[in-house]
Design a protein around this ligand. Sequence first.
Ligand SMILES: NC(=O)c1ccc[n+]([C@@H]2O[C@H](COP(=O)([O-])OP(=O)(O)OC[C@H]3O[C@@H](n4cnc5c(N)ncnc54)[C@H](OP(=O)(O)O)[C@@H]3O)[C@@H](O)[C@H]2O)c1
Length: 291
Amino acid sequence: MRIAVVGPGAIGGTVAAWLSHSPLVSSVTLCARTPLARLVVEAPDGRLIEARPRVVTDPAEITAPVDWVLVATKAYDVAAASAWLAPLVGPQTLVAVLQNGVEHVERLTPFIAADRIVPVVVDIPAERSAPGRIQHRRNGTIVVPAGEAGEAFAALFAESVIAASTTDDFTTVAWTKLALNCAGAVNALTGLPGGVVREAGVADLIRAMVRECVLVGRAVGAGLGDHIPDWVVERAETSPPDSVNSLLGDRLAGRPMEWDARNGVIARLGAAHGIPAPLNAMAATLLSAME
Ligand SMILES: NC(=O)c1ccc[n+]([C@@H]2O[C@H](COP(=O)([O-])OP(=O)(O)OC[C@H]3O[C@@H](n4cnc5c(N)ncnc54)[C@H](OP(=O)(O)O)[C@@H]3O)[C@@H](O)[C@H]2O)c1
């Protein structure tokens, strides 16, 4: 398998390093915005996984299509990153989208046919300290829709520590992750880490935000139970009080934030289905204004 990773950041770099050591993979090409010389990923067990894939920074350097393109930019960078697709995608190429949110396919369909796209829910905590230098904190999971393409994608990770699996209900898996992620706006808006959940009224606010997500998710077919808001709050309450989610991390670093993929989408799809989601709309509006 020839693989190209568009966006070799925390997630793209981590999966590229592991896939570089897969017996199923013959070549890995990193399609980067910022050049890097090599990948050094500190695995959860402390091992260093090193790789020297080919690195290109201009789509004109791509001379042949690959079997898999893995898009691992932030959601808001997809339009700019789409320039890589024309030279990378041939008649057999599949495009896996490793991003947060629930619109993996919609984000890419302006650039490529929907039947080529494999949406991926990624739960791999990873952090980049410099181009190509990544800390992979917990083994983590990858979930893709059941079917031939999903199974082929999951098989690529057989030799890695990342648990890749398929599901018959991808919509529910993606919306469950969104329920967790939408609450992260509370941290980005307050500028405070995980412990803010213990401040007066914050747990109830999170429950209300997640309830909006549950109602909108159900309207688009996700099987989200009534327990989800309490589950999200419980996760927040049992996380380290100094934990920093990626939305807050991006705000603190002055980077753009994925407020549309994590909160705006709930308001947008809610409006389309006649379900008000004012808390998520407010979060998206304020985070956008802060940017
Ligand atoms: N990190 C996590 O723990 C984690 C966990 C679960 C899900 N996710 C999701 O995974 C996705 C990727 O997140 P991340 O944390 O890996 O972000 P990241 O570290 O910021 O990596 C994104 C990469 O995309 C690159 N990029 C942007 N535009 C590009 C372009 N036009 N061409 C080529 N590369 C381009 C960036 O280049 P530069 O080097 O120039 O910035 C960067 O290397 C997001 O949707 C995120 O929410 C992340």
